[in-house]
Design a protein around this ligand. Structure first.
Ligand code: ADP
Ligand code: MG
Length: 689
């Protein structure tokens, strides 16, 4: 005996109201039977079918399957029971509307490892129910009859001994109903088919037995035709799926879920990329790196092989430096307090508000620069302004005549590399470009300086200052802050430059720009590499201190750095949390659709483990586009003129991607918790509404 129901009872308890589904049901059912179950609405027919199909539990009596008790079954045993023995056909078709007929049928064939074999069988079953033409059509575009035939093909694909059909013709027209009834009969060979129906007329000619349910009890049980028990039905041995196959199926299901709802998946991917970009912007805003370093380099623009030399008393004569340089075989330059970088503000072409800070750096080894030649390195986002920056230097009469422009994606610093000759002979002139001057109480910018022999010492002309009224006023230049000059003439014009040119007598000019630097507090030695420099530092004579310009030093206020770091973290966590919420909300809104899909998976015997794990795959797939969209968008941002953005750093990229993956997988986890632990019956009811 395939199935034996002994005193089976099912009581529903919803909000403390107890309803009897079925009670005291005794039935014996076997292979080759075609049973129709009739009864009024609410009499318990569906309950009976759900108990047999293990879509619902029973509370009373005992269900014997092949002579064995089932009341002690655990959830996984019921899962196995469903997987191996039950195929269902419901009134509301129960197909996954977003999948094609072929995919729907394939879902029931996951036990077959070979994909092409699976497709071959699915196709032959589809042909058997007469849907070959519609094989690649989405479920949502099928007629009711076609949907029901798809479900029958799927039930067949399961190849299980018991087929349960709950009002399979309930939503069909007469013609389709007849076809479905005939199809069920056709597939019933060697199987137990139980059909609940309000339209017994379609099934009478096929039925071998008729059961009537009244008020949860069997009120009539008529055998129309004795089942053919002579044919022995071979019990199939189902070998359990291997780990590898389960993994493959999980992956396949994940991809299927992902593909089946393109609108939803692209919405999720969009939300994710927006989240990723927001986090990226926040990181960039907060100084470009996630965490403020506790240490900084000694030099603002550290250069390989540069050693900053100083003494304990702070004074260093040029002679001494020259001796040390000789002893360590270094190139050297003695200078003022500053190392060898200074800042020049240049108005952006796009507007007056922003300015570039150009670091002028003496680069003895990166570039072998001859006198008058320089290299300007600037971020791609500033390339629109490259010409203006270049011309500012070339037009200032500061000795530079050729500037080569190089673009970079990885840094947002603007650096002008100059050679040794320009550093020693024109360094001051370059430094004076766009320097400040004070006229009375006002501050103005002097673009550059020129000699005008017609002027007396202490007198200056301001060319291009026609829009001010500064004649006869005093001016103090920041390049020579210890002296005031008198402005003699302020209405000369020079159309070829846009800034103010300060003209002065040769004597004054030379006093500013030809001043020879003889001593300073710090001095620099230059070596080809950091390694050579390190070796030289070790050999410095007593009393001298040498540090690599790339050396890391502790920033002054570690406490402050610590506080800002905590603020960054909190800001990032808050933002990620907001996005996780938004993404969860989008996801939870679609929970109903997925709930139905997942319930269908379970009725097909796909284990809960596989279906819930497939969700993680599906979510991971939604995350995949961010992997390349984030760097792409970051790249676009760096080449947009004026954006001032730099290309995303590897650290930030990895951090953001891990964050996004975490967000989706946490959402998947929450979703999983939400859909598991519900009875199939309940979710079906909810989902179909
Ligand atoms: P039928 O399929 O014969 O129309 P059902 O088996 O669906 O009847 O229902 C039998 C009885 O059980 C009805 O009184 C119905 O209201 C009740 N019932 C069915 N499912 C539930 C449920 N999930 N919760 C509470 N009561 C239920
Ligand atoms: Mg019913």
């Amino acid at each position: 005996m395939l199935l034996k129901l002994q005193n089976i009872g099912k009581i529903y308890d919803s909000n403390d109201i107890l309803t009897i589904g079925i009670r005291g049901v005794n039935l014996e059912l076997d292979y080759n039977e075609f049973v129709i179950i009739e009864g009024e609405s609410g009499s318990g027919k569906s309950t009976l079918l759900n108990v047999i199909g293990a879509n619902d539990t029973y509370e009373e009596g005992e269900l014997y399957f092949e002579g064995m008790e089932t009341s002690h079954y655990s959830e996984s045993e019921w899962e196995k029971y469903r997987e191996q023995n039950i195929a269902t056909v419901f009134q509301d078709f129960n197909i996954i509307e977003n999948l094609t007929v072929l995919e729907n049928v394939e879902l029931a064939l996951l036990r077959i490892e070979n994909r092409s074999e699976r497709i071959r069988i699915a196709k032959s079953l589809i042909e058997r129910v007469g849907l070959s033409k519609q094989a690649n059509q989405k479920g949502s575009r099928l007629s009711g009859g076609e949907k029901q035939r798809t479900v029958i093909a799927r039930a067949l694909a399961k190849d299980s001994p018991i087929i349960l059909a709950d009002e399979p013709t309930g939503n069909l027209d007469v013609k389709s109903s007849k076809e479905v009834a005939a199809l069920l009969k056709e597939v019933s060979k060697d199987k137990l088919v139980i059909v609940v129906t309000h339209n017994p007329e379609y099934f009478h000619q096929y039925a071998t037995r008729k059961v009537r349910i009244y008020d949860g009890r069997v009120s009539e049980d008529t055998v129309i035709e004795k089942p053919d028990t002579s044919r022995k039905v071979e019990k199939k041995v189902v070998k359990p799926a291997t780990k590898k196959q389960n993994l493959k199926n999980t992956f396949w299901l994940g991809v299927l879920n992902y593909k089946s709802r393109p609108r939803f998946t692209s919405l999720m991917s969009c939300a994710l990329i927006i989240a990723a970009i927001t986090v990226f912007m926040v990181l960039t805003l907060f100084s470009g790196s996630l965490i403020q370093p506790m240490t900084a380099t000694l030099d603002e623009v550290p250069i390989e092989g540069k050693v900053i030399v100083s003494t304990e008393d702070g004074l260093l004569e040029e002679m001494e430096v020259s001796q040390i340089a000789g002893a360590t075989e270094a190139g050297y330059f003695l200078e003022d307090n500053d190392i060898s970088s200074f800042t020049i503000e240049i108005a952006k072409a796009s507007g007056m508000l922003d300015a570039y800070t150009v670091h002028c750096v003496y680069a003895p080894y990166q570039y072998a620069l001859e006198a008058g030649n320089a290299v300007l390195v600037l971020p791609s986002s500033a390339s629109k302004d490259a010409e203006t920056i270049k011309n500012t230097f070339l037009g200032a009469n500061a000795g530079l005549h050729t500037i080569e422009v190089e673009k970079t994606l990885t840094s947002n610093q603007v650096i002008l590399y100059i050679g040794y000759d320009d550093l020693t002979q024109n360094g001051k002139k370059i430094e004076a470009i766009n320097s400040e001057m004070k006229i009375g109480d006002d501050t103005a910018i002097a673009y550059t300086f020129e000699i005008n022999e017609a002027l007396l010492p202490g007198e200056v002309n301001l060319v291009n200052s026609n829009f001010w009224d500064v004649k006869d006023k005093g001016v103090v230049l920041s390049v020579k802050a210890n002296q005031a000059y008198t402005i003699v003439n302020d209405d000369e014009l020079n159309e070829s430059v846009s800034g103010v040119i300060v003209q002065m007598n040769a004597e004054d000019y030379n006093a500013i720009f030809n001043e020879v630097i003889v001593e300073g507090e710090e001095s620099c030695l230059y070596f080809a590499t950091d390694e050579l420099a390190q070796a030289a530092i070790a050999k410095l004579p007593e009393g001298y201190i040498g540090l690599l310009s790339t050396s890391e030093i502790f920033v002054q206020d570690a406490g402050e750095v610590f506080t800002t770091n905590i603020i960054y973290y909190l800001a990032l966590i808050a933002i990620s949390f907001c996005f996780a919420m938004i993404i969860s909300i989008i996801f939870m809104r679609s929970i109903k659709i997925y709930q139905t899909d997942f319930t269908v998976y379970r009725t097909l015997g796909i284990s809960r483990r596989i279906s819930s794990r497939s969700l993680y795959i599906q979510m991971a797939l939604m995350f995949v586009p961010t992997l390349f969209l984030l760097p792409l968008i970051s790249f676009v941002a760096t080449v947009i003129p004026g954006s001032g953005m730099t290309f995303i750093s590897l650290g930030n990229y990895i951090f953001i991607e891990i964050l996004m993956l975490l967000i989706v997988e946490i959402v998947a986890y929450g979703f999983n918790k939400n859909i598991s632990g519900q009875s199939i019956r309940k979710s079906l009811r909810r989902g179909s509404k």
